[in-house]
Design a protein. Structure first.
Length: 215
């Protein structure tokens, strides 16, 4: 069970725990969500939030405190996807993700990896920053993959690859000396095998140094 959820002043099911070389931040992307939709047709992009100010402040403070080389931010919907369709920060709450990215740059916080679901596919996303390290996101979302709408034509700026199929996602983190190491994401099928994707395994490995600020 999670050691806690929310804070004394902010409701929600967000929390944090440590596992090996990673701090894992579990975000609540529903309780405080206020975006433009059928129920709120007049919400502007400037005012839209998914986490809300208090939860974002909590996340930023905890990221700044963290001594873990890898910081995993787990969210229900995608965070760095620039698909332009469906739920997610760049599409629904662009100002909020801009605030987080500005905070990471100002405080030179590296080693950030996002985990997400929601899109009914497995997908890898990568965002290159002009004056900062890469941000990567691994989406594992195996349910409702038989939907009629195409979900694989995701050729947008942060898309790396996507694949359908009953599966789960496995994240492996190796941290060595002098900044060596990697974060590896694998799509695993019902038999615990990494499926083939156009002749290559459905996996993605990022050197740890790609996620870090230069000292």
């Amino acid at each position: 069970a999670n050691p806690y959820f929310g804070t004394p002043k902010t409701r929600g099911v967000f929390s944090k725990f440590r596992r090996g070389p990673a701090d894992i931040f579990l975000m609540d992307d529903r309780y405080h969500k206020y975006v433009k939709n059928g129920a709120h047709p007049n919400v502007s992009a400037k005012d839209a939030v998914i986490w809300g100010d208090d939860q974002l402040e909590w996340l930023c403070n905890e990221l700044k405190r963290s001594k873990a080389p890898v910081k995993i931010i787990a969210n229900g919907t995608q965070v760095i996807s620039k698909d332009g369709r469906g739920e997610g920060h760049f599409n629904e709450a662009p100002e909020e993700i801009a605030k987080l990215m500005a905070f990471l740059k100002k405080n030179k916080i590296g080693g950030v990896v996002f985990l997400s679901g929601d899109r009914h596919i497995t997908e890898v996303l990568r965002l290159e920053q002009e004056d900062g390290p890469s941000l990567v996101e691994f989406t594992s979302s195996p349910f409702q993959q038989g939907q009629a709408a195409s979900v694989l034509d995701r050729d947008h700026p942060t898309h790396v690859w996507a694949m359908r199929g009953n599966s789960y996602g496995l994240v492996t983190i190796e941290v060595g000396n002098n900044g060596e190491g990697f974060v590896r994401f694998e799509m695993r099928d019902a038999n615990n095998y990494v499926p083939d994707m156009n002749g290559e395994p459905a996996a993605y490995e990022v050197p740890l140094k790609d996620l870090m600020y230069e000292e």
